[in-house]
Design a protein around this ligand. Sequence first.
Ligand SMILES: Cc1ncc(COP(=O)(O)O)c(C=O)c1O
Length: 455
Amino acid sequence: MDTPHPARMHDVTDETRAIVDLVLDYSRQRLLAVDTPLDKPFTDVELTRLAGRTITEEGVGARKALGVFEHVLAPACITTDHPRYLSFIPSAPSKASAAFDVVVSASALYGGSWIEGAGAVHAENEVLRWLADEFGLGPAAGGVFVQGGTLGNLSALVAAREAARDRGIHPDRWRVVCSAEAHSSIASAARVMDVEVVAVPVADDGVLRGDAVRDALDRHGDSVFAVVATAGSTNFGIVDDLAGIADVTTERGVWLHIDGAYGLAARLSPVARELFSGVERADSVIVDPHKWLFAPFDACALIYRDPELGRRAHTQHAEYLDTLTERTEWSPSDFAAHLTRRPRGLPLWFSLASYGAAAYREAITDSLELTARIADEIERRPGFTLVRRPQLSVVVFERDGWTKADYDAWSARLLDDQYAFVTPSSHAGRPNARFAILNPRTTFDDLVGILDTMG
Ligand SMILES: Cc1ncc(COP(=O)(O)O)c(C=O)c1O
């Protein structure tokens, strides 16, 4: 038995070499697997029984721990990059981005400050610059990769309120205006900030327009510190009228934040580019690489038109941090509600650098075209009703006559059969089914095969 010593876990020894080999071999095999099953959740009782106790004073050893992961824990996690995972918003990391995530961990990179992570921050900033140019946000634009869209929206809204305060506005109650179809993370941010959400009802097509925003601003005046437009709603993939809303926010001098967590990636495709006209006038935007930019969990690109406003709102001050905050270089910690961070933009950087932007445009265009094709198929099929014509890559449809219980039973059967992961959704109180299509490996036959299971 090895004599315990404090650096046993850190020194390069036969033991640590064997552990690294074991883990990298497993990672390589998973990254290159072509037939990873969908898998499904187990109950906590089942997992306790199957996994046994793994945390002990002596440790169970890496081989046993990895065995538990491979044979018990991983099979109880749904494979989110499976081509027939079509629920919520799927993830589909490119091989280069997923592999490079291993490098990010292996290199112990710190991405919070320039002084510690200049090289990593430089590469992340190149990606943010490229995105800002695609969106037309202007030469000064910049920001940071944060954990996810929820934190990105929160951080942008905090900066927006701070900017309003700096202009001398001090209402009794702060308000944020958004569409009734906006993502739940806007309400979550409002709760954290203790501000009120003015959820503006939208027309039948689900699009928030300038007129409705103007009405809301007329009603609430200076108390509104930001308007949030959604560029690709989660339920339907609807893009608000960004240009019409920007006209109003410019006229009134209100901060425009665009939540493009899921959909703004489609700006890269020539097929959808025009849908996002007006994005270039935003004060802040988010887009999540872990959604439609083919990066692994978890990353949200938060970009400010004027990053100084983000910095002013978010820089943390403390004696031990003075050495960082007294410098002028770009420190990503300064631009959101966080401090310590991994450079989570690097997997996207590596993949973009490796394959080139054109590969991204092509993959996104392919999903847009596949979505239009399956929507046509649904419209043609007797017994099926398309709820709305898709703008991006979300298709919502009803199987005529089905109740919520029918959708639930069908969805559970699909997963039990390990065929597909499609969770039921609803609209205006009516149950439906929803495909979110962004995995380039998803085929028309996959989708038709799922429709066939609905009889
Ligand atoms: C439009 C939109 N905004 C925000 C979010 C929240 O992003 P995250 O889950 O990364 O926090 C989502 C997630 O699906 C989304 O679709």
